[in-house]
Design a protein around this ligand. Structure first.
Ligand SMILES: Cc1cc2nc3c(=O)[nH]c(=O)nc-3n(C[C@H](O)[C@H](O)[C@H](O)COP(=O)(O)O)c2cc1C
Length: 483
């Protein structure tokens, strides 16, 4: 690992008029902390202040509606009455840290409990015009509120993404060919620029790949990125999937676009490899550079370790690293890395309870946060947890196809936050494997023949780490078969 001074992750980046202090981006993440009224409230304020204290270079505030269509709990910038709350949020974030803050603005179409959903082909030309107008007006409000820029949501299952999609079935100038699919997003970008002027950064989030059958892939998305870059988008943030086309219908609930395979690719869980979406920004970055364009690119999707994040920048696969779930569990991650305390970062285990909460319109929180808390724990304590006099006494046992791990609870002056479980396979170096809230864990990710060794560490709220427990090894019996 490099010294902190030489880390690319800690280098500033100029995006139009905003200087990011480092390359960490909190991509938009719906919190469900707002009411259906869409106003900024104290809980929302606390959530983003927490990120600001952790010193992310760029904080993208969760998707907020540009129009007044009905929805569950969702922020809004759809009329002037919303500006005051956003002004307070932006100003408090600026007072708390050098983090820059931009809102993500979104237009969505109607959905019904029956499963019916409005399609882009249902929109009249007047409807299309009002989408352009609403984005422009909301972007102007973002500027008036004192945000550092604005991000246009053109990803996932929402209106502008559905225009870009190969599933756009319009027969007029807004559908069919790629040029026509690009028309409305480009009109929106042009109108937003007209409203906010040149000196206000405008970023765009869209999909590197739809991740659905016959959906678009990087073959199209690199051309889409090129168009936005040529039109002067100040940054491009790439996501993946999250579509209605493969969403799973639940009884008496509107379709939720993250329930199918494309939803998994958007927020990849434990079953996906780290960096599984990185080929998208890497290809798009390469294509833009080939065309002489250096628009900053944000990569996201299971970027799990500091070394991976640094390597993304080093290999020029992207200019910024988007960490959504990793910053939810530990908003202090950028600050800890800046202070050379990488070992105190509390890492995401990608169990996707946060995704599930979002799906069910419940307050989005991290499963590992202490019970009842709706914000990440905060602590500047420096005393690490200790094992008691008899040590951790880690024991492992193979039963019913899984390894059961048990150890003694650790002690701490503040309280134990989580236990990190480290695992080695076949004598390879130990890697952080998972985490547990209690002093017991079942490892289900094992197969016959595995030679495994484990140790655990306890962490407190600041991420201070106990000594390693002793190691415990186990050989999983080979699967018996005969022909
Ligand atoms: C609970 C939750 C809410 C999200 N809300 C948004 C959103 O409002 N807008 C958006 O563009 N992406 C949203 N995302 C996607 C994330 O920004 C990010 O792209 C994704 O989680 C993958 O990054 P990660 O592996 O770092 O979590 C959300 C993700 C989660 C888990």
């Amino acid at each position: 690992m490099k010294t902190t001074n030489s880390m690319l992750l800690l280098q500033p980046l100029q995006i139009g008029t905003m200087t990011l202090q480092n390359r960490f981006v909190l991509p938009a993440m719906v919190t469900r902390l707002s009411g259906e009224d869409g106003y900024i409230n104290k809980d929302i304020m606390d959530r983003y202040l927490r990120y600001a204290k952790g010193e992310s270079g760029l904080i993208v505030v969760e998707a907020m509606a540009v129009h007044s269509a009905k929805s569950g709990p969702l922020l809004r910038l759809s009329n002037d009455s919303f500006v005051a709350g956003h002004r307070e949020l932006a100003s408090r974030v600026h007072d708390a840290s050098p983090s820059k803050i931009v809102p993500q603005i979104i237009h969505f179409l109607k959905v019904a409990r029956s499963g019916w959903r409005q399609l882009v082909s249902d929109l009249s030309l007047d409807d299309v015009k009002s989408i352009v107008h609403d984005y422009g007006a909301a972007a102007a409000r973002a500027r008036e509120a004192g945000y550092d820029g604005v991000e246009l949501h053109m990803a996932h299952a929402y209106t502008l993404s559905s225009f870009l999609s190969t599933y756009n079935m319009r027969h007029d100038d807004y559908g069919g060919s790629l040029e026509n699919r690009l028309r409305l997003p480009c009109e929106v970008l042009a109108e937003v620029r007209r409203q906010v002027g040149k000196n206000f950064p405008v970023g765009i989030r869209f999909l590197g790949e739809e991740c659905i059958k016959d959906g678009f892939t990087v073959v199209d998305s690199k051309k889409i990125a090129l168009r936005f870059a040529k039109m002067g988008a100040d940054y491009i943030s790439l996501s993946a999937g999250g579509k209605f086309e493969d969403a799973v219908k639940k009884v008496n609930a509107p379709l939720y676009p993250y329930t199918g395979y494309s939803g998994e690719r958007c927020m990849p869980g434990r079953n996906y490899p780290d960096l599984c979406n990185l080929y998208m920004p890497a290809e798009i970055k390469r294509y833009l550079v080939m065309h002489g364009l250096h628009t900053p690119i944000v990569a996201a999707g299971k970027i799990s370790t500091t070394a991976q994040a640094e390597e993304i920048l080093e290999s020029q696969s992207a200019d910024l690293v988007g960490l959504a779930r990793p910053l939810l569990i530990d908003p202090d991650l950028p600050k800890k890395i800046k202070e050379g305390k990488d070992e105190t970062v509390i890492r995401c285990s990608y169990v996707n309870i946060c995704k599930n909460l979002d799906e069910n319109f419940k307050t989005v929180r991290c499963f590992y946060w202490p019970k009842g808390m709706i914000q990440a724990p905060e602590s500047d304590d420096e005393t690490p947890p200790q094992w008691n006099a008899s040590g951790a006494q880690l024991s492992v046992e193979y039963k019913h196809g899984k390894v059961s791990l048990t150890w003694n609870a650790a002690e701490d002056n503040e309280g134990i936050y989580i236990y990190d479980i480290y695992r080695s396979i076949e004598g390879q170096p130990f890697e952080r494997h998972h985490a547990s809230k209690s002093n017991h864990f079942y490892d289900t990710e094992v197969v016959g023949g595995d030679a495994l060794a484990y140790y655990v560490v306890a962490r407190d709220f600041a991420g201070n780490c106990s000594e390693k427990s002793e190691e415990a090894a186990i050989k999983i019996p080979e699967f018996e078969y005969s022909f």
